[in-house]
Structures are given as C-alpha cells and as structure tokens.
Design a protein around this ligand. Sequence first.
Ligand code: NAG
Ligand code: NAG
Ligand code: NAG
Ligand code: NAG
Ligand code: NAG
Ligand code: NAG
Ligand code: NAG
Ligand code: NAG
Length: 397
Amino acid sequence: MRLTLFALATLIASTNAFIASITRHAESAECTLTASGSDDAPQFLNAVQTCDTVVIPASETLEIQTRLNMTGLSNKNFNLQGTIRFKPDIDYWSGNAFFIPFQTQVTFWLLGGENIVMNGGGTLDGAGQAWYDAFVSNSTLLRPITMTIFQAENVLIENIRMINSPEWHNLVNEGKNVVYSNITIHAESTSDNNPANTDGWNVYRSDNVIIKDSNIVNGDDCVAFKPNATNVVVSNLTCSGSQSLGQFAGMFDIVRNVSVVNIRMSNAKNGARIKAWAGRNVGSGIVQNVTFKDFIVDNVDNPIVIDQCYETDPDVCAEFPSNTFIQDIFFKNISGRASGSTVADLACSPDGRCSDINVNDLELSAGSGTATFECQNVELEGNSANLFPECTETGSN
Ligand SMILES: *[C@@H]1O[C@H](CO)[C@@H](O)[C@H](O)[C@H]1NC(C)=O
Ligand SMILES: *[C@@H]1O[C@H](CO)[C@@H](O)[C@H](O)[C@H]1NC(C)=O
Ligand SMILES: *[C@@H]1O[C@H](CO)[C@@H](O)[C@H](O)[C@H]1NC(C)=O
Ligand SMILES: *[C@@H]1O[C@H](CO)[C@@H](O)[C@H](O)[C@H]1NC(C)=O
Ligand SMILES: *[C@@H]1O[C@H](CO)[C@@H](O)[C@H](O)[C@H]1NC(C)=O
Ligand SMILES: *[C@@H]1O[C@H](CO)[C@@H](O)[C@H](O)[C@H]1NC(C)=O
Ligand SMILES: *[C@@H]1O[C@H](CO)[C@@H](O)[C@H](O)[C@H]1NC(C)=O
Ligand SMILES: *[C@@H]1O[C@H](CO)[C@@H](O)[C@H](O)[C@H]1NC(C)=O
C-alpha cells in the first residue's frame, strides 16, 4: 500500500507540473463569442482556429446545430462561462455525428491536440430529453456523446457543469495526461423515459488520466474503464451511478494501474465493480493493479463486485472461462449499506483467472436481511477474507 500511495503522489505531482506548463502559455489573442441566433458551430470553429483563448460570456448560450471537429489543436484555452447547447435535431445528428468505432458510439464534438484548457464555470448542455424520449421507441438510435477528448495530450477540463447528455457525457479516446477537476454532471429526465447510458466518463486507449473532485447524478456508470485505460486515478467523487469495466470480443484489452479513492455512492446499482465477459469468441486481456479504497455506499445494490462471467451462462462460463485475467485487486475501507442482502459478490471464472484479490476493512451492512458476502473461484487475501465463507479456506471450488 505504501508503494501504491507513493506512486500515486508522483503521478499527481507530474500532472500538476504539466498543468503549470500549459497555463503559462501567453495568450496572444482572445476572442469573445456572442450567440448568433442560428447555428453557432461555424463561428465557434473559426474562433478556435484563429484565437488562443475563446471566451463564451456568462450571458451567452451558443447553440450548436452542426458537428464540431476540433482535432489537432495546440495551446488553446476555452473560457466557458456561459452555455454551449447541442440542438437535439435527431435527424441531423443521426447522419452527421462523428462515428466512434468503439462500442459503436457517436459524438457531437471531437476535441484533440495538445495543451488544451477548458474552464470558466459554464455549462455543456446535451439537451438530452428529446433523445431519452426518442430512444424508447427506437432502441437502435445512436445518441451522441457530448464531448470526446480525441487523440489529445495535456488536457485540463475544470470547473464545468455538464447536463443531460444524450449518452455518455465524456469519452477520453486516445488521450494522454488528461485531467478533469470539479465537474458537475447531472442527467435527469422530465418524462418517464430514463436518461439511459449517460455515463459520467469512459476512458479508452488512454494513459495518465485523473478525474477528481466531482459530483455525478446520472443514469449509468459514474466512471467506466474501457480497453487500454492505464494509470487512471479517480478521487473524491460523489456518484449515483456505478464503476464498471467492459470487455469486447476480438480485442486484447489491458486495464492497469487504476486507483479509485474517496468515493461516495448512493442509490446505485453497483459500487466498485470489475466485469469481464466469458464464453465463446470473447476477447482477452488483463485487469491488473486496481484499487478501490475509501468508499462510502448507501442503498447500493451491489457495493463490491467482480463478475468474470458477465452476461454469460454459468455452464458456458465453466466451459469457456473468461480470457481476461484479473490480478492485484484491492478493495479497502469500503463501508455503508447495500440495498438488499448481498453486500459483496466476487465471482471469478474457474481455472485461476483471478489472483491476488485483497479485501481489507470492509464494513458493509445489508439494507434488508442478513449481509452476505458471496464468492467463487478465488482465494482471497486480507483482513476481511474471513467474511467470505466459500473462499476463505480452499480458494477455488
Ligand atoms: C477533422 O478535421 C481534421 C483536420 O481538418 C481532419 O483531418 C479530420 O479528418 C476531421 N475528422 C473527421 C472525423 O471528420
Ligand atoms: C432508429 O434510429 C436509427 C439510427 O439513427 C435510424 O437509422 C432508424 O431509421 C431509426 N428507426 C426509426 C423507426 O425511426
Ligand atoms: C467548481 O465549479 C463551479 C462551476 O461549475 C464553480 O462555481 C466553483 O467555484 C468551482 N469550485 C472551485 C473550488 O473552483
Ligand atoms: C472534494 O470535491 C468537492 C467537490 O465535489 C470539493 O468541494 C472538495 O473540496 C473536495 N475535497 C477535497 C479533499 O479535495
Ligand atoms: C491494447 O494494447 C495492447 C498492447 O499495446 C494492444 O495489443 C491491443 O491491441 C490494444 N487494444 C485496444 C483495444 O486498443
Ligand atoms: C503501472 O505503474 C507502475 C509503477 O508506477 C509502472 O512501472 C508501470 O509501467 C505502469 N503500467 C502501465 C501499463 O503503465
Ligand atoms: C498501481 O497503480 C497506481 C495508479 O493507479 C500506481 O500509482 C502504482 O504505482 C501501481 N502499482 C504498481 C505496483 O504498479
Ligand atoms: C475510510 O474511508 C472514509 C471515507 O472516504 C474516510 O473518511 C476514512 O478516513 C477512511 N478510513 C481510513 C482508516 O483511512
């Protein structure tokens, strides 16, 4: 643990150094945008090309009616005090949102390049209500991700509010040194149709990502680690969502060096969760060195989960265990109340696919019934291992 925390401090220190280096760039030109009354995308794109700093004053709501390709930028500041709203013109976006091959996603906005800062206290409004309603009658509708950090290095997004994304709020896709700090995310539907899949963040093929000091109210995962997310630190979040990790066929995926600390989670489906598919024709990979520490949960269905047979029938999982190996996992100081009786469920595939799984200082109570700690196919270590009767003595069963 001492090594982990020391390395964490180093990571944060090096990240602070790059933040300092990007904020030092002198601004040679600052441009202030005012709403045009029609599509503001052209003037926004133009300003980003020609100005170092783009200011959107608090009085202004820019309406984006066409897609924003802001790739390959260098040394740009977005001072967003007002609002950027993405018009929910479903017909337009259905043909024109940028396609992201991973998990068949689309996005309103690609933001990439190097040394990019966005702050100012303003709002990104995904205007998701029309999308939540349309999705109910068309489950193949592709709903855009609000903001995708795309092929970017040294990015700082701070003091920003994001509301009602049609789908994931943020995707970090091929990013390096990306920091989000003090972000407020709120997705809420005013109809009976849920704000489905409105994840806070997904991190994919990215290295050295920090997400901290933020509040998330949404209809899906708070932060999801997707293939090839390495050196990710998530700290001090309040979430009503879940952490998760996805796995897709035909890819080799690595998730390494992830720390999730100081998290408050309420009214959520899952708390600290690692999931991996099993069965025929799934991908392979490794999930290694993942720490979930200092969590307080309240009314969470599954506070602690490893599911290495995710969406896989148990017989099939026994025959074709997951090819994603799960190693060096730490659940530490996790307390609070589940919604039902299962407070922890660590289900590994057979054949030693999980190893060095550590459970320490678990203080979890049941919302109803007797608290149960379920477990299979893994030998647990740590001072809370005795809570898991099936896994304490013999390990694999
Ligand atoms: C975005 O713009 C860049 C630079 O003009 C271009 O190379 C790239 O193909 C565009 N991306 C998409 C997805 O249209
Ligand atoms: C559902 O959405 C898809 C993707 O946008 C679109 O191609 C299809 O036409 C829509 N179907 C209906 C019935 O509107
Ligand atoms: C956090 O961001 C909000 C805007 O969303 C801002 O009002 C607040 O001052 C920020 N907090 C800090 C500590 O900077
Ligand atoms: C945790 O995040 C909140 C914002 O959600 C902030 O007000 C608070 O200062 C942060 N705590 C620490 C210890 O940084
Ligand atoms: C993840 O990284 C490994 C090693 O570099 C690579 O072989 C694999 O194709 C990557 N997977 C994805 C989904 O990018
Ligand atoms: C994980 O962290 C260790 C220690 O900081 C480092 O040596 C290793 O390269 C990291 N792994 C990846 C995949 O970045
Ligand atoms: C585990 O990951 C954390 C970052 O999340 C890193 O600081 C630490 O050095 C890694 N430990 C090892 C042994 O690689
Ligand atoms: C356990 O986690 C809680 C919640 O984050 C924190 O307040 C407490 O200080 C932690 N306990 C220890 C011993 O670190």
